[in-house]
Design a protein around this ligand. Structure first.
Ligand SMILES: [Zn+2]
Length: 365
């Protein structure tokens, strides 16, 4: 598994470089193809191609869908600064935990299941590896949403939570918005009264929007980037803010969206333009999710460990499938940490039992 992880990590695959993601997709497609999987390449124009692999089975049954992504947040060239390495029981490198180790796990689980079952699967299995998860899945969302309803369950190969390797039974929904204010430019000394200060208006909007946050209810609103104005002696005509919104429930998502998109200016001479949406619905801890978690927990217990569950703030493609009502269990990939940072790692000692858990889940869902 470590060799496979190394192979995948050393093929860099930032979301915004199609040729790079396609290179990784081609390698993975051919490895799954060698195992006898039927590969389908969903071609994308700007994003990398999305890779679907299907394995038929002896008996008719709804398939299990394994969901993952090929892309990482690390730009090309990162590998020379943080090369793949093995140190103190860890594998390190760009995208190692999120989620190249998850893809490697899936590969070796498929290989083992085929071996144990003499070349035939115990049940139909589909694997979808998308190319644009780290940028919100704009090009793959429709594919994920078209495959999920046919599946018995969706198992997501995102990294587990924390050092105990908890699976994720709830994820927040994520919205991203841009609020743009248009005011009127004027000379700050000669014509101050004629100007309408867009930055001032934006500042008041930021205070109002930030007050919508209610962390106890799981609602956060983060204005993460602002821009505006030209120079100190000009009343600014324009200012914008980029806003990240997180919610735990669908009603909160709808409410926040309504409030943000209907903002009115404090200064009636300024204009407000809001773009954006809740682009990932929340993954709610539904009864389908709980049932799936209980199954995973039973399997883990047989393997001698207590599998915990966690609720997290980050979204994944599991949010889409759960929102469609398809039982979804997330965080079945590697145990590690430091995702999206120079210290990203996965624990080697955890790989075997994560693989065993995933294999048994595929068999018994
Ligand atoms: Zn991920």
């Amino acid at each position: 598994m470590v060799d496979t992880i190394q192979q995948l990590v050393e093929i860099e695959s930032p979301s915004d470089v199609k040729a790079a993601v396609d290179r990784l997709g081609t390698v993975i497609a051919s490895r799954f193809g060698e195992l006898g999987g039927k590969v389908r390449v969903h071609r994308a124009e700007k994003a990398g191609n999305h890779i679907q692999v299907s394995f038929a089975a002896r008996r008719e049954h709804k398939p299990v869908l394994l969901l993952g992504h090929l892309d990482t947040v690390y730009p090309i060239g990162t590998i020379s600064k943080m090369p793949f390495r093995v140190s103190k029981g860890r594998v390190l490198g760009p995208g190692v935990a999120d989620m190249k180790a998850g893809i490697a796990l899936a590969f070796h689980v498929v290989e083992a299941l085929l071996h144990w079952n003499r070349g035939q699967f115990p049940r139909p299995l589909s694997l979808l590896l998308v190319s644009d998860e780290e940028i919100g899945s704009p090009s793959s969302r429709a594919i994920t949403e078209s495959l999920a309803p046919d599946a018995e369950a969706v198992l997501v190969l995102e990294p587990a939570q924390g050092s105990q390797g908890a699976v994720k039974t709830a994820r927040k929904g994520v919205g991203s918005y841009t609020l743009r204010v248009e005011g009127r430019a004027a000379h700050a000394g000669l014509d101050f009264e004629k100007g309408q200060n867009a930055i001032l208006e934006l500042a008041r909007q930021i205070c109002a929007l930030s007050s919508l946050a209610d962390p106890a209810r799981g609602v956060t609103v983060n204005v993460g980037r602002v821009a505006g104005g030209t120079r100190a002696n000009v009343v600014p005509a324009e200012a914008t803010a980029a806003i990240d919104v997180r919610v735990r429930s669908q009603p909160d998502a709808a409410e926040l969206h309504g409030i943000i998109t209907s903002r009115k200016p404090f200064n009636s001479h300024c204009k407000i333009l809001v773009t954006g949406s809740i682009n990932r619905p929340p993954l709610e801890r539904s009864s389908g999710v709980i049932t799936l978690y209980e199954k995973a927990r039973t399997i883990a217990k047989e393997l001698g460990w207590d599998l915990e569950e966690a609720a997290v703030g980050g979204g994944s493609d599991g949010n889409f499938t759960a929102a469609l009502g398809v039982p979804t269990l997330d965080g079945l990939g590697a145990v590690g940490g430091g995702a999206h940072s120079p210290e990203e790692f996965a624990l080697i000692s955890e790989l075997p039992r994560r693989a065993a858990l995933l294999a048994s889940l595929i068999e018994r869902v």
